[in-house]
Design a protein around this ligand. Structure first.
Ligand SMILES: NC(=O)C1=CN([C@@H]2O[C@H](COP(=O)(O)OP(=O)(O)OC[C@H]3O[C@@H](n4cnc5c(N)ncnc54)[C@H](OP(=O)(O)O)[C@@H]3O)[C@@H](O)[C@H]2O)C=CC1
Ligand SMILES: Nc1c(N[C@@H]2O[C@H](COP(=O)(O)O)[C@@H](O)[C@H]2O)[nH]c(=O)[nH]c1=O
Length: 372
């Protein structure tokens, strides 16, 4: 990391380095400096259950033999005030004699929200809030979504030809985009808590849906929307060590119960969430995933599940990879049903548009999705 970085920029860089590590905890960085900006200690959130950023920075300062009394702690989120799997960070800062805290944002966790700042102020610590707020929130959009809305941030990834085809009529789809784009897709899988697909994709592609193109400290959970439990027990989904969660409809049919037992024997958890038409209730599924600590949900499904999620207004962001190739009419990105008017289309706002090798990567959002 360049020495010249300002403390809060350094904090944000540290937070970014916890991108694949800290789930389901937020990605947070902390830097402790003297009044004239000399760095005494720094750190970022560790894996779930491990120390938070403030504790890592305090330990770093202690290891270097620095006295932090009267020092400033910069941190990208409000120091926690509750006993979770670790002790309250605000108390650790107070006990260490920190004189000033500069924090980007209040913690959206209802257990913390404002309490950390209040406790610091009550102990005589000078508190400033605001620097780096936008970047910190964007980096933790999934955590904010789960804390505020109770559901994950849903990012729908699609790889398509330039004319929007995701598979040929016969199902052939591997590979449309180049290896650089596919490796980038794995990086987005790695930052998510879970990767979700539909039974149609499991049957057509037998996908692994794990992270293989880069090293990762943890594999995202695999989630399949599969009303009738058609996922074969020998699916490659089960080859990677991590949780596999299958959402189904409810049935007392002996053949269904037999398939359920076979999937559970492979280590899958099967959760019945019956919805309209005997299919899985997608809104309830998101609430269930939120209750189980899923911050960012990375969807890699076919046009039917993509369309259902979009029609239900459950998609927050699209991650589109477009290859310089025309495939004509095959399977599309999303089945939105027959629309009669252009106004019935799903409006989007483009975010970053980048070249990745030969392909294009486009981030786009339905308007207002991050307004919570
Ligand atoms: N290029 C790309 O980026 C990608 C391409 N693909 C391609 O897509 C094709 C598969 O697409 P598709 O058949 O549409 O499969 P999907 O992956 O979209 O799965 C659809 C299935 O999900 C199940 N489901 C359960 N609940 C719901 C619900 N509420 N709404 C919608 N579906 C639900 C349904 O089966 P049931 O009722 O039995 O549960 C449904 O048939 C393959 O050819 C694959 O190669 C797939 C992923 C990415
Ligand atoms: N065809 C296609 C993609 N397809 C997606 O990748 C899945 C296979 O994942 P895995 O088994 O883990 O390699 C497949 O089911 C579909 O979701 N992805 C891309 O980046 N580019 C592509 O051209």
């Amino acid at each position: 990391m360049p020495e010249s970085l300002q403390p809060m920029e350094r904090c944000l860089a540290l937070a970014r380095s916890a991108l694949m590590l800290s789930n389901p905890n937020p990605r947070v960085g902390c830097v402790i400096t003297t009044a004239d900006g000399q760095i005494l200690g720094q750190g970022h959130t560790q894996q779930a259950g491990g120390p938070h950023a403030e504790i890592m920075a305090l330990r770093d300062a202690t290891a270097a033999g620095h006295d932090v009394r009267g020092a400033t702690a910069y941190v990208t989120l409000e120091p926690c005030a509750h006993h979770g799997r670790t002790g309250p960070c605000c108390d650790a800062l107070i006990a260490a004699g920190i004189g000033r805290v500069v924090a980007s944002l209040e913690d959206p966790n209802p257990l913390v929200g404002g309490k950390g700042f209040a406790r610091l102020r009550a102990a005589g610590v000078n508190v400033e809030i605001g620097p780096g707020a936008e970047e910190s929130r964007a980096l933790n959009i999934g955590f904010f979504s789960r804390m505020v809305r109770g559901t994950p941030w849903v990012r729908l990834k699609v790889a398509a030809s330039l004319d929007g085809t995701t598979a040929l009529h016969n199902g052939a789809s591997q590979w449309i985009t180049s290896s650089i784009a596919r490796a980038d897709g794995h990086a987005w899988r790695a930052r998510a808590c879970a990767v979700l697909t539909g039974s149609g994709t499991v049957l057509a592609d037998n996908p692994r849906l794990d992270v293989r193109e880069l090293s990762t400290p943890r594999q995202p959970q695999a989630v399949v929307v599969d009303s009738r439990l058609q996922t074969p027990p020998e699916s490659r989904l089960f080859a990677t060590a991590r949780g596999v969660l299958i959402y189904s409809s409810l049935s007392e049919d002996p053949a269904f119960l037999q398939r359920k037992a076979a999937l559970e024997a492979c280590g899958a958890s099967v959760v019945a969430l019956p919805g309209p038409g005997g299919q899985v209730d997608l809104a309830k599924m998101l609430r269930h995933l939120g209750e189980h600590g899923i911050n960012e949900l990375h969807v890699e499904a076919g046009q039917r599940l993509n369309g259902a999620l979009l029609r239900a207004g459950l998609v927050d962001e699209l991650l589109l990879y477009l290859a310089p190739l025309l495939l004509g009419t095959g399977r599309g990105m999303t089945d939105l049903g027959p629309l009669e008017m252009l106004a019935q289309g799903q409006p989007l706002e483009f975010g970053a548009v980048e070249r990745l090798g030969a392909d294009l990567r486009i981030l786009a959002r339905p308007p207002g999705r991050a307004d919570f």
